[in-house]
Design a protein. Structure first.
Length: 190
């Protein structure tokens, strides 16, 4: 195993002392694997806050993205690591970047039902009506997943009910089609 891979594996495993030693020995803090994942991305994805903090404090680029254009912030959003999300946002992570499928951090948080993270992103200027390649907005993702609390949260924060996906379906129509009666009623009365 080469030194770069050892460094990335240490970040994924949360081995902070090994990482410190490798950095002292000259490891590239922004080295990437074949998928474009850096140590910061691995640590963010796995929830190793101490490693994330140490890497950022040593000038790791918080906005480097993988070959699929996912960032450390997006992985932290997907996996519900709110402390890491807050830290990355406070250290310059971009809130409206898009993946190859046009997912934004808010779409990721909404599709995985992390309301606390969605709130942090909105507070930092995330586009509440961003659409992915299928036209799905954070609200449409919340409806698809049947998450009542996320739907209410997004509506209270200005989600646009009139937006449609690429097939012309609004969040309300989707709720009806999926049999989410309670969500349909909430959307109807908004």
């Amino acid at each position: 195993m080469d030194n770069k891979q050892s460094f990335l594996d240490a970040a994924a495993s949360g081995e902070i002392e090994s990482i410190k030693k490798m950095l002292f020995d000259g490891a590239d803090i922004n080295a990437v694997d074949s998928e474009g994942k850096t140590a910061l991305i691995w640590a963010s994805r796995k929830g190793h806050m101490d490693v994330v903090r140490m890497l950022v404090e040593n000038a790791a680029d918080v906005n480097i993205r993988t070959v699929d254009l996912w960032s450390a912030l997006m992985y932290a959003c997907r996996n519900g690591h709110s402390e890491i999300v807050k830290f990355l946002l406070g250290n310059g992570a971009e809130t409206n970047i898009k993946t190859a499928d046009c997912w934004t951090p808010l779409i990721v948080a909404s599709s995985t039902d992390h309301e606390d993270i969605a709130g942090m992103l909105i507070d930092k200027g995330a586009d509440i009506n961003a659409q992915d390649i299928f036209g799905f907005t954070p609200l449409i993702w919340a409806v698809r997943n049947g998450n009542k609390n996320m739907v209410i949260f997004l509506l209270e924060n200005g989600a646009d009910l009139s937006l449609t996906d690429r097939t012309g379906k609004t969040a309300k129509l989707l709720a009806d089609m999926l049999g989410h009666k309670e969500l349909s009623d909430i959307l109807e009365n908004k």
